[in-house]
Write a protein that binds this ligand. Structure first.
Ligand code: NAI
Ligand code: MG
Length: 342
């Protein structure tokens, strides 16, 4: 039976890049698509940015492909990530041959904690002009994202694992995060020593681990991105640092993401609704098409995922390219070129 994929284009360029990614998916896999609504437009029509039905469909689907929401993004994306039971937001950042990148040697992946931190949404206005935010960091969630990050490094051939933190200032919360990740790193290194340091499996279990203050890390990522592999981040830091890293490789039009963990998964470009170019037919579909490749991988359609990546890399190398990458091609022209290579 074909696996079911919920499709939520959302707002702005989401409505242009998601149909592009579906065309690509249709060319390589037998999937059943169901479409649902979310975002600013639905909110204007119904008063609700994320209809209950969309939430339920995401929870039930084998995977969800999401485009972007506008001003309502937090009301849409955060609950959707929860609906699919995801705790890890994976954001690979790679430079591609043919694309003018500030740092062509970049090949890393952010593994961002998706359930806690300052994005847990516990905010209040204490009194007029005074607001607060409560940050939640638990040992359980911190260890879980650490294990995921080290596994991701081993599975994807990254030798370096870095944890981003600011435990010198946020001593309790980032202290908890840092200690948990460090403990997992130690446990895994011990396990790999016990297994004999020479075997590949042992090496993978004990990737080189370091911690980095996230402000200094921001500078170092720009100066020496080639020294990084997997970067495990608290929620907000992962959001900011991955957008920063997008600037090293050619922009947000290139960055895919996967929200995964225990459940079914939500796949989305890192970018938002891009109102400055929405409706012009020039949005770069690459980020969403690569998110669709991550979706295929999640559904164990590994060969199809590899075909999509190869086709995307070919088009990035030879063109056509959208304006964000210095070309003048439309979303449709780039999509057609990707599909033609499949
Ligand atoms: P954005 O990611 O939408 O755009 C930032 C810049 O990148 C813009 O110059 C845009 O033209 C460019 N860009 C983004 N995607 C592109 C693509 N596929 N091809 C070519 N260029 C692309 O971020 P911004 O402008 O900060 O936010 C716009 C709206 O999106 C806001 O309402 C924000 O709340 C929402 N947003 C939603 C997200 C989500 O749904 N996951 C994530 C980030 C922002
Ligand atoms: Mg963001």
């Amino acid at each position: 039976m074909a696996e079911s994929v919920l499709v939520v284009p959302g707002d702005g360029v989401g409505r242009e890049v998601v149909p592009a990614a579906i065309e690509v998916l249709e060319a390589v896999a037998d999937l059943e698509f169901v479409e649902a609504d979310a975002g600013d437009r639905v909110k204007r029509e119904t008063g609700e940015a994320l209809p209950e039905e969309t939430y339920e469909l995401a929870a039930a689907a084998d995977a969800t492909l999401f485009g972007a929401a506008g001003e309502t993004a937090a009301d849409v994306v955060l609950p959707l990530r929860e609906a699919v039971d995801s705790f890890a937001n994976v954001r690979p950042v790679r430079a591609y041959p043919g694309v003018d990148a500030l740092r062509p040697e970049t090949d890393l992946a952010f593994v961002r904690e998706n359930t806690e931190g300052v994005y847990a949404g516990i905010e209040s206005e204490v009194t007029d002009g005074v607001t607060t935010l409560t940050r939640v960091v638990t040992e359980k969630a911190s260890r879980r994202i650490a294990e995921f990050g080290f596994d991701y490094a081993a599975d994807n051939g990254y030798d370096e694992v870095t944890v981003a933190h600011k435990a010198n200032v946020m001593r309790a919360t980032d202290g908890q995060f840092l200690d948990s990740v460090a403990t997992v790193a130690e446990e895994r290194a011990e396990r790999s020593d016990a297994n004999g340091a020479s075997s590949d499996a042992a090496r993978a279990a004990g990737a080189d681990y370091e911690s980095a203050l996230m402000d200094a890390l921001a500078t170092d990522l720009v100066m020496r991105p080639e020294e990084y592999g997997v970067v495990i981040c608290p929620n907000l830091a992962g959001d900011v640092l991955s957008d920063l890293a997008a600037g090293l490789v050619g922009g947000l039009g290139l960055l895919p993401s996967a929200n995964v963990g225990a459940g079914n998964g939500l796949f989305e470009p890192v970018h938002g609704s891009a109102p400055d170019i929405a409706g012009e037919g020039v949005a770069n579909p690459t980020a969403t098409v690569l998110s669709a490749a991550m979706l295929l991988e999640h559904l164990d359609e590994t060969a199809a995922a590899a075909r999509v990546r190869t086709a995307v890399e070919g088009v990035l190398a030879d063109g056509p390219r959208t304006p964000d990458l210095g070309g003048d091609a439309s979303t449709t022209a780039v999509t057609d070129a990707i599909v033609a290579r499949l």
